[in-house]
Write a protein that binds this ligand. Structure first.
Ligand code: HXC
Length: 257
């Protein structure tokens, strides 16, 4: 049997997933996404799971989709298989997820990062969408998610030149949320994940639903959606607990109800 493409480890209410194709700089294969979805589709429904952290190795978060797997494909095969459509399943998971990025996050690796809610990166991380150099273009959401995050001009620059961006520039552009020392990346992401997982799950799920809604609708529709889901949280006992704990000057204990 071949090595699994991912390794997962449950730490209390957090799931840590490590991409595990070191010989290929964690290039994302058909097996990678099949294993991710097999693990995460059921996990997404687990009320005791509060947050997911996805990381790679010191050298590479992921250096792209697996070029060797795609190299000989025909247009007909790509279209028939709707190649990369499985990544939409991953992108639609509701559990909050953080990308913990060291080394290269290129092509599909950068696009995987863009499918996470935010990224924490090391100072030596490198980002880019170099597909243009291979005679193709981004195919895992990069042309849609990157301009929404960093603006059209910088997204066009990265997608059309294929250049690699350093960590400082990625932080300034808003591509990553935090930069830390390389050896603190995973620990910092796990701490953020534990923090998120300690809050009321209905609140974290609906907060990210509301933020994601902004990509789809007008400002007035988005703020209406926000207000309605905000109101709905007053049906939870966690709202009562959170506000009562504040007034009683004690830490809240959320149950997800
Ligand atoms: C398959 C890959 C790979 C990839 C690296 N490897 N990236 N295999 N797919 N995306 C393999 C190499 O072939 C090599 O295996 C091993 O990993 C180590 O890589 P090296 O190139 O020897 O390492 P290094 O010299 O340090 O260079 C690192 C690198 C370079 C700069 C990251 O590997 C690189 O440029 N990789 C490709 C980056 C890229 O173009 N990504 C976009 C992919 S397309 P062997 O067995 O040869 O030693 C994509 C498509 C999305 O993501 C949708 C559009 C269709």
């Amino acid at each position: 049997m071949s090595e699994p493409s991912i390794i997962s480890e449950r730490r209390d209410r957090v799931l840590l997933i490590t991409l595990n194709r070191p010989g290929q700089l964690n290039a994302l294969s058909a097996d990678t996404i099949a294993e991710l979805n097999a693990l995460l589709v059921p996990a997404d429904k687990d009320p005791s799971l509060g947050c997911i952290v996805i990381t790679g190795s010191e050298k590479a978060f992921a250096a792209g989709a697996d070029i060797k797997e795609m190299q000989d494909k025909s247009y007909q095969a790509m279209a028939r298989q709707d190649y990369f459509a499985e990544w939409e399943t991953f992108a639609r998971l509701r559990t909050p997820r953080i990308a913990a990025v060291n080394g290269y996050a290129l092509g599909g690796g950068c696009e995987l990062m863009l499918m996470c809610d935010f990224a924490i990166a090391g100072r030596s991380a490198r980002f880019g969408l170099p597909e243009i150099k291979l005679g193709v273009m981004p195919g895992m959401g990069g042309t849609q998610r990157l301009p929404r995050l960093v603006g059209r001009a910088l997204a066009m620059d990265l997608i059309l030149t294929g250049r690699t961006m350093e960590a400082d520039e990625a932080l300034a552009a808003g591509l990553v949320a935090r930069l830390v020392e390389d050896d603190a990346v995973v620990e910092t992401a796990l701490q953020a994940a534990q923090t998120i997982a300690g809050y009321s799950k209905p609140a974290t799920l609906l907060a990210r639903d509301a933020v994601n809604r902004a990509d789809e609708v007008s400002l007035s529709e988005g703020t209406l959606f926000e207000r309605r889901v905000f109101h709905s949280l007053f049906a939870t006992s966690d709202q009562r607990e959170g506000m009562t704990a504040f007034v009683e000057k004690r830490p809240p204990v959320f149950t997800g109800n």
